[in-house]
Write a protein that binds this ligand. Structure first.
Ligand code: ADP
Ligand code: MG
Length: 261
């Protein structure tokens, strides 16, 4: 049925069409607690993240970055509004379906690597596939191992690797299921400057060469400068965004947000 409803027309625009966007948030709010003590961590955030793009999320401490990432990734449920992954509406999904969705369609890279020490590199990387009960796509796994530069180390344990190498394993693990989006919460936060650049270059490559979508929270303007778009959060709202960011431009915007007072 055709409809002239204005809201539907808006929804059909290129930016918010499900096939064009990896993640779509519409009027997403997240309130923690109730009554006097309630904290609005996100306030009516609307945004469409294009497929195959690299987005950085910045903002002062407490501005809602982690809450944004968790709501966008189906790790947290908004108080109001809608989140879509591709064409799939997350709102109203039960925990079982959300768990499956996170396992099969989303990848995560955390600050603290979160590798399992007793498993080898290859076992860590393929763990999400084994949990999902799917057989690894050998060609894809080889491409991932090649891309992250770990072909010679698949039998090592995490403790035998440097921090940067461990985060490369975590990136490979995030890619194993060929997810629609890879989310990172400060993925370079625990790495020294040189190693961090290495991992950021890798994230850039998986966007440019594997057409992955990456969404990364960071407090580092240099890290943000690897992204296509930087979103600036303040007090639970997206207050600005920058395309083709430079570290200087991002640092200057953060200073005006009072992030480093
Ligand atoms: P950021 O990642 O930018 O530092 P967060 O998303 O962690 O910000 O937090 C945004 C706001 O929500 C902050 O005021 C924080 O104190 C609050 N908040 C976050 N998580 C919780 C929670 N589980 N319970 C209560 N308040 C929370
Ligand atoms: Mg945070």
């Amino acid at each position: 049925m055709k409809t002239d409803d204005a809201a539907t027309r808006t929804d059909d625009s290129a930016a918010t069409r499900p096939d064009a966007s990896a993640v779509t948030l519409t009027d997403v709010s997240r309130v923690y607690g109730r009554g006097q003590g309630a904290v609005a961590a996100l306030r009516e955030v609307s945004l469409a993240i294009p497929r195959g793009s690299f987005t950085a999320v910045m903002g002062p401490s407490g501005s809602g970055k982690s809450t944004f990432l968790h709501c966008a990734a189906g790790l947290d449920t908004p108080t109001a509004g809608s989140v879509r992954l591709g064409g799939t509406e997350l709102t109203g999904m039960n925990e079982t379906r959300l768990t499956e969705l996170r396992r099969d369609r989303v990848g995560f890279v955390f600050q603290a690597f979160n590798l399992i020490p007793s498993l080898t590199v290859l076992e860590n990387i393929t763990l999400p596939l084994r949990l999902a009960g799917t057989r690894p796509d050998r060609a894809w796994l080889d491409a991932v191992l090649h891309r992250v530069g770990l072909q010679g180390r698949t039998g090592h344990r995490p403790a035998q690797l440097s921090g940067g190498q461990q985060q490369r394993v975590a990136v490979a693990r995030a890619l194993a299921t060929r997810p629609e989006v890879v989310f990172g919460d400060e993925p370079t936060g625990a790495l020294d400057t040189m190693t961090a650049r290495d991992v950021l270059t890798l994230l850039r490559e998986i966007v440019d060469e594997m057409r992955q979508t990456v969404v990364m929270v960071t407090h580092d303007p240099v890290a943000a400068s690897y992204a296509d778009t930087v979103l600036f959060l303040a007090d639970g709202r997206i207050v600005d965004s920058t395309e083709r960011p430079t570290a200087d431009k991002v640092a200057e915007r953060m200073t005006r947000l009072g992030a480093w007072k």
